[in-house]
Design a protein around this ligand. Structure first.
Ligand SMILES: Nc1ncnc2c1ncn2[C@@H]1O[C@H](COP(=O)(O)OP(=O)(O)OP(=O)(O)O)[C@@H](O)[C@H]1O
Ligand SMILES: [Mg+2]
Length: 145
């Protein structure tokens, strides 16, 4: 049987929803029988992407965030986090380690963390239109399943 499966979650940019999104991604990924390390990597990446949408995309308002999770036939997980907020003028600069437009609470390491925990990271953004972050992570097929 084909692996393909997907879910889509829509929520407002309230900080309480970061934990929900992170845990939902872990629950969805569970069907791939991941190791604890793989699950933690996925949770970390989702947390960074959703936190960015909450903190940066809608600085003064509440806006819509969509999290899409997809299981692919190659035993990988695709994670898409989309917002319709302020967008990013220079994506390359935003992805540079330590670059931040945030306050002293931010370290500018979110994209770097996503990149290191996932196999691939794509960021599409347009000022005033919003941002789409697409990440993929292979989950190893383990013996005995
Ligand atoms: N969804 C988004 N909408 C608008 N701007 C964004 C979005 N995601 C990231 N950015 C911009 O990219 C910059 C870098 O993001 P990154 O996650 O790497 O660091 P940070 O969020 O500033 O700090 P940290 O994640 O370490 O707390 C942000 O400071 C912000 O300017
Ligand atoms: Mg961040």
């Amino acid at each position: 049987m084909k692996m393909e499966n997907h879910v889509s979650l829509e929520f407002p940019s309230r900080s309480a929803n970061e934990g929900f999104a992170r845990t939902a991604a872990a629950c969805f990924a569970a069907q791939l029988d991941p190791t604890l390390e793989e699950i933690n990597d996925v949770k970390t990446a989702v947390s960074e992407a959703v936190t960015n949408a909450i903190v940066h995309a809608y600085p003064d308002t509440l806006g819509k965030i969509v999290l899409k999770l997809r299981l692919r036939d190659d035993h990988s997980l695709e994670i898409v986090v989309r917002d319709w907020g302020v967008g990013i003028a220079d994506v390359e600069q935003a992805r540079t380690p330590l670059f931040t437009t945030g306050n002293e609470e931010r370290s500018g390491m979110g994209f770097t963390i996503m990149e290191s925990f996932m196999d691939s990271l794509k960021v599409r953004s347009a000022p005033g239109k919003g941002t789409t972050v697409t990440m993929r992570r292979k989950i190893a097929r383990r013996m005995g399943r």
